[in-house]
Design a protein around this ligand. Sequence first.
Ligand code: GLN
Length: 186
Amino acid sequence: MATRIGVLAVQGAFALHRAHIEALGAEYREVWRHQDFAAIDALIIPGGESATMLKLLATLDLQKVLTEFSTEKPTWGICAGAILLARSVTNPCQESLARIDVDIARNSYGRQLNSSHEEVNGYRVSYIRAPRITRIGSDVEVLAYKGDDPSWVESGKVMLTTFHPETNLHAPSPWHRRLAQSSFRA
Ligand code: GLN
């Protein structure tokens, strides 16, 4: 089990993960410096604004270390975090780290769904100005859908959810447990 779980803490909804991580008996670590990556076993890239996060990653010179980390250790991108890890991004186009073979469109469920709650595997999760996964590569496994669109996918060390489980669920959420147990599909 991952005993030290980092949450990228440059912007966005990182603090709510603390309760989930600690409920697993793991250590919560905020990550914003290069050296922080050496002291964690798994990473959450939280929701927020992906364009802002991207700028801050460049400013803090974290793109390379984050890319390397997510090649080797379990990394979960939530909403904006999923956008950062996708292979290509539209609506509008922006750079990404291309760590998983999916294409994703930002803010893609329209105004009325800027925020909504839905059930995934019996758990009530939140979609907050969520992106839409528009294409998946052949090595990507889909574990849940929102309508016809994949909303929970995994490949290698990377897991993406376009929803947030940290906002409503009792801690620890099953996704935090999955990350800690590193039980993604290899
Ligand atoms: N709309 C945000 C973006 O495009 C993502 C929203 C979220 O992370 N909840 O980056």
